[in-house]
Write a protein that binds this ligand. Structure first.
Ligand SMILES: C[S@@+](CC[C@H](N)C(=O)[O-])C[C@H]1O[C@@H](n2cnc3c(N)ncnc32)[C@H](O)[C@@H]1O
Length: 285
């Protein structure tokens, strides 16, 4: 995805850009390598991403500043750093493959844990939600954030299982879901519930909304915003925000139709199969 997204992001070859989601640094380092005169501010709220940044021997350190913060606070972070406006904002939202693959974090179906926090400084965990929320509330979370059609049956099964003791691992949760929901093709029956929990625990949609809302006033005229998302709930929010801003003449939409990964990218990076890129340019209004 870095090549697809950078093609939309860069409009000023010596500008200042924000990567809201550093992760493994794939996009940040690609951009710094390709555009020798740009500078970047990289956000990630995950301490592990910061460690990766710190430990990587890189000749780019003088051109990139790392901020361990929620990107919803982009406006105040830039203000505090004395930065008025930037030339581009990139966000590749969701969990990173590194977070997903770390079994201790509890994002994958076979984890020994049930945590799902991307930022371990936050307090709410998936374990607290699964063991602490009422049956109705759980069903609401699964339906709203996972579009899970069997939300009620799954919530009921969880409530029943809780009578025998605390649900401690994502493996246990997966088994409960599989006891009431059959697999559809190759997709794990627990996929939608896991998505819903992750979004709820990390307040992902609220953070995205706040970022999109702050962005117009942070972009120079001609500056670009590029957002990569992975499911329809996020894509809908991005599409509607861009449309609203285009209607008010604040943005010009650069991706009339949503952009997906190239065949080659999909081959090398299976996660990119469901990725959608949308981009817009700040007008001079
Ligand atoms: C999909 S990964 C980004 C991968 C990255 N583009 C790369 O090339 O390696 C998303 C990253 O964004 C971070 N993230 C998600 N939501 C965030 C938020 N609200 N504030 C800051 N970082 C966030 C996650 O911790 C994760 O590391």
């Amino acid at each position: 995805m870095p090549s697809e997204s950078s093609q939309y992001l860069i409009n000023n070859p010596s500008g200042l850009y924000v990567d809201c989601t550093f992760g493994g640094g794939g996009h940040t380092y690609y951009l710094l390598e390709k555009y020798k005169d740009i500078k970047m501010i990289a956000f990630d709220w995950d301490g592990a991403a910061f460690e990766r940044f710190e430990n990587r021997p890189s000749g780019f350190k003088s051109r990139v500043t790392f901020v361990r913060e929620n990107f919803k606070n982009i406006k105040s972070v830039l203000e505090n750093a004395g930065i008025g406006k930037v030339d581009g904002i990139l966000a590749d939202i969701g969990v990173s493959s590194k977070q997903f693959d770390d079994l201790g974090r509890g994002f994958s179906f076979n984890s020994k844990n049930l945590d799902m926090r991307m930022d371990l400084r936050n307090t709410l965990t998936a374990k607290e939600v699964i063991n602490g929320c009422g049956e109705e509330e759980l069903a609401g979370i699964f339906y709203k954030y996972g579009e899970e059609r069997m939300s009620r049956q799954i919530a009921k099964a969880i409530a029943l299982r809780r009578k025998r003791g605390v649900i401690n691992t994502s493996l246990e949760l997966q088994d409960i879901i599989c006891s009431v929901k059959r697999p559809e093709g190759k997709i794990n029956p627990a996929t939608k519930v896991f998505q819903a929990l992750r979004i709820f625990v990390n307040k992902e949609l609220e953070n995205l909304e706040a970022l999109l809302c702050a962005s117009p006033e942070l972009l120079n005229a001609g500056g670009r915003i590029v957002v990569i998302s992975f499911h329809s709930l996020e894509d809908r929010i991005i599409k509607q925000n861009f449309k609203r801003n285009a209607w008010e003449n604040i943005y010009k939409i650069l991706t009339k139709k949503v952009i997906t990964a190239s065949q080659e990218e999909m081959k090398n990076n299976p996660r990119s199969r469901s990725a959608k890129i949308r981009a817009a340019e700040r007008t001079n209004v």
